[in-house]
Unconditional design. Structure first.
Lengths: 355, 355
């Protein structure tokens, strides 16, 4: 064996739990724009579902004048759209909350992005129509199991308002990065709700049901709700739109560096609107400078950024990033603490030492 | 596609840095006794070395009456020994130090164990002999590069005292788990120094040189030294024997559990001597109970342990493990803080909530 080449060195998913499978993306080592299916974070509530996708049909039921069941071939034949979308688990960065909160201790990698192709949900709804009293659409996934708080079996189900369901970018996707969606990410059909945290993007859709009231399933009304108080439910409100946020990818936290010139870089993203500015501080937030945004803005994609740092003076540095979006939202110094640990979006901080 | 089986779900290495490659084992998800080569933690100072292993020979030089260069075939033909050995990076658990220290932020997985087969170093030294003034043997690896503190190139080199080199269990290994050692773990030959932190177990051995003085290479005299003071080098001493230690593998930190009966389990290990006791506390260290050691004691292997926990009362619990070895060493409440972050071995703590 002549080792004339370096052996392959690559990052992997970071395991949080195996049953069900919850693994985060190695976000600090993903400098490409698009996560491969392999490095896309995996977030499950249950074991993987078991269904015959060769006999797969998608029904739209409930308060519709013309209920209809679509075959995959019908869906593939309808006008399609293709969008680059960030999906972020609402528990992303949960382990950073202080006081700590229970649940999967996601670091900074419960986020990935890629290119989804599918059909607008509104296109499908044109076939069924909507009865006037229709208020929400419930999306039921094939995945099911027990919750920690009950002995009952639940499918993973979530609803959208009719208004959000009719957003032309809310889609029933069947391809990811030009291939069928990987099974672990929702094959054959996944709801994609751009700009919302990813609990809304139901995988393995089993059926859609139009209802005239507010859906109260446990993944709508118990989980994925911000509870700002530790001891009671006062002030609760649902998790929906992604908060403005940023992550420093390089350097790494607690890294030792020579004096020299470095490119600090990372990503920034938001739900509503688009990123307009990323600022960086090298002195723990006393002074700020503006970063360069390094790609054209795409509505639902993250925006990479970089900053040239002349690290000529030895010492310890706290590096902080802060993103601002077109709606005027700015990452806060402190996150909104909430009992279940959703939506963390405080300034991103790392510490390095220049020797 | 009929998904009548669950798709494969497996843990992966956890990336700390890619250049050089440093990845830790998913220790909480390794309930087997032996790490496969794939899930063995990877710790490198440099890029992987580039040498022609088909022309590989191992010289013993320096203060020996009869210098000799061994071929691999000669080494394979000598009497062998096979030992199950824990290898632990001395930076294991570094991220737990408070105040935090710089360097790779290893969690609890810079440790793996498996079965090494090779020839005792003392067998090889019988061919060369030792000149009376011989004091240490320097082991040079093929891997080399620049250090953060210098522009010079260094090979990774470490020394052992003659006494430690002649320990019958100090060996030149050529197999791991009944296969040739994986290249990333030192193929074709790796020094294995059982009971010492793994910086001593030099990979890709290039040559061995007997010297009459204390070796002062930077991986001996600068790194892998405990510096108990932040600002000066007072009180420094070398990193050698593995400290008594334990890790809770199940449950996971910040896990939510139903009321019920659980098996808390984990591993314990030490350098000198063997594990005699693992205690567990469910109340933050106020009261302790004894765990069951679940395998026969093997001198250089870790000792798995378990504890039956009747978690019938709802609430938050701090679970703590504390190991004791046959030399009377006990894990301390607080680690010995040191500037480079070696040898962390305080009580292992996690927090869970029973609902």
């Amino acid at each position: 064996m002549n080792n004339s080449h370096q052996p392959e060195v690559k990052p992997y998913l970071i395991t949080k739990t195996l049953v069900p499978e919850n693994q985060e993306s190695p976000i600090h080592f993903l400098h490409g724009d698009i996560a491969s299916g392999k490095l896309f974070y995996r977030r499950n509530h249950f074991s993987y579902p078991n269904f015959a996708s060769s006999f797969y049909f998608l029904p739209i039921e409930g308060l519709v004048p013309t209920p209809k069941t679509f075959s995959l071939q019908e869906i593939y034949s309808l006008p399609s759209k293709t969008i680059k979308v960030v999906l972020e688990c609402s528990g992303d960065k949960r382990k950073l909350f202080k006081p700590k909160v229970y649940g999967e201790q996601w670091g900074k990698g419960a986020i990935s992005q890629g290119i989804w192709k599918g059909v607008s949900l509104r296109t499908l709804l044109q076939y069924t129509g909507l009865i006037e009293t229709a208020k929400e659409i419930v999306f039921e996934g094939y995945d099911y199991g027990k919750r920690p708080d009950s002995d009952q079996l639940f499918n993973f189900s979530r609803s959208l308002s009719i208004e959000k369901a009719l957003d032309p970018d809310t889609m029933i996707a069947y391809e990811y990065n030009n291939h069928p969606i990987p099974f672990k990410h929702g094959f054959p059909l996944r709801l994609i709700v751009p700009s919302w945290y990813a609990m809304a993007s139901v995988k393995w859709i089993k059926k859609m049901t139009v209802i005239d009231h507010a859906f109260k399933g446990p993944y709508q009304a118990v989980d994925y709700v911000y509870y700002p108080n530790k001891e009671n439910d006062n002030g609760k409100f649902p998790v929906t739109t992604i908060n403005v946020n940023s992550t420093i990818q390089y350097p790494l936290n607690m890294q030792l560096l020579h004096t020299g010139i470095y490119e600090i870089n990372g990503i920034s993203w938001t739900g509503k609107g688009s990123i307009t500015k990323v600022e960086i501080s090298l002195d723990g937030g006393h002074t700020w400078d503006t970063c360069q945004l390094t790609s054209t803005i795409e509505k639902y994609a993250w925006t990479p950024w970089k900053y040239k740092w002349e690290a000529l003076k030895k010492g310890e540095y706290i590096i902080t990033s802060k993103a601002t979006d077109s709606e005027g939202n700015v990452q806060p110094l402190e996150p909104l603490w909430n009992r279940k640990g959703y939506g963390y979006n405080a300034f991103d901080n790392i510490k390095v030492k220049v020797e």
